[in-house]
Ligand binder design. Sequence first.
Ligand SMILES: [Mg+2]
Length: 233
Amino acid sequence: MKNNDKKLVLFDIDGTLIHPGNGAKRALSKTILKNFGIKIKVTYENTAGKTDRWIIKDILLESGVEQNIIDEKMGKIIDDYLTFIKEEYNKDNDAKVFEGIFELLEKLNKIENVYLGLLTGNVEHGARIKLSPFNLNRFFPFGAFGSDGMYRDGLVEVALKRAKHLYGISFYGKNLVIIGDTVNDVTCGKKFNAKSIAVVRRPEYLEKVKKAKPDFLFTEFEEIDKVVGAILL
Ligand SMILES: [Mg+2]
């Protein structure tokens, strides 16, 4: 393969690799209750596609907490969240890896010119906690995380810089592949002309994600050869 055939494939975590179950939501609720005495409802709608800090900021602003207080306490909030998620994540045993993911990652991992990374709104420590029970961290030597920036668009740049530092390769255009389940995952790589692959398992979000024009759209990663084909194309 030519040098320009080397591909960086960046995976989102929640809704893409795994269903995180209720432990992470509970950890966030407990954190907000502890720090602000506010009871919040954590839903797919107010979390999907956002970074941890973005989720927390929006929820607190909606609850009437002032921006400067949020900024001041954010470090402590994240620390508490990480403590709670360690306790809560495996309690119900309801987190699961989506069908086809192990097979897909094993296949990609064996292709010499494919480099895998994470692109997720989770702060890094939280991301590793979520993947650890499934032994998925081994596939992802690096990534860009919610701890690197507030918004997903900026995280792509961080991932590219890390890839360059680790492998000495500048990935761009169709050699940068971004895989995720929300509109934000589809749009975040546009300025780099990245290839976007969406996997939308919730039918009610299909139209919305479709409108963001991903290069490929799947409703499940069942036919792994088709997914690998889309990545390598
Ligand atoms: Mg997601």
